[in-house]
Design a protein around this ligand. Sequence first.
Ligand code: ZN
Length: 262
Amino acid sequence: MTTPRIYKTEAIVLRQRKLGEAGKIVTLYTPNYGKLDAVAKGVRRPKSRLGGHLEVLTHTAVVVAQGRNLDTVTQAQTVESFGGLRADLHRLSRALYAAELVDRFSPEGAESYHVFQLLLATLRRLVSAKNVDTVLRYLEMQLLGLAGFQPQLARCVNCERALAAAPSHFSPDAGGVLCPSCGPEGAGSRTLSLNALKVMRLLQSGSFAEVSRVRVASALAQEIEMHLRAYLIHVLERDVRSAAFIDRLRREDFWQPAGVSS
Ligand SMILES: [Zn+2]
């Protein structure tokens, strides 16, 4: 879509970096224009009208003026601040991961309406979901689908036979599941339990309501997370930084919000 010289849009703030004395460059995700960087002048000054409306993870309504190089945010108004995320480090770390993942998957100008809706729904779910990791697995699988990288889970990626009700192999290199006769193949392929396959299929084609009704024991959740992470690293050609932070929180069982500043 061609962007007009001055335009209004909803956006979710994915990240920001400092610019000059008091400004920032904010990376916004919008439903119609995709991902874009825009300058926010003076937002680091305490009295800035924009500042509080452009924090990372804020769902905001902005007015943007097109510039020769970078666009400039001229107005911003918070739509949802997701305060419930910011008060809980476990939820916050997952929300930051969600924003980073969307950022990594989104070249500028790519199709964005469904990705925007998915990210918004994910942030809302993370505020109150009992199982925040299920929210992330659903985001990962749905985002892979929207970006055209959905893993093949219906049949063997090699011989194309339907998969029998038995353990198989998941191979990021091959792009999905290898049946017991074709796998394992290559260093990256790992055993895939039947239950993990079933849950991954549901993550791919079910609604979030359906997914959240399934009870997933912690060993199974770990297995699914491992497969999806290996696949994401393969697709993105690198790790997602925020995932390491979530791992650290789990190891240290460290959840006091006061720890954010350290
Ligand atoms: Zn096969």
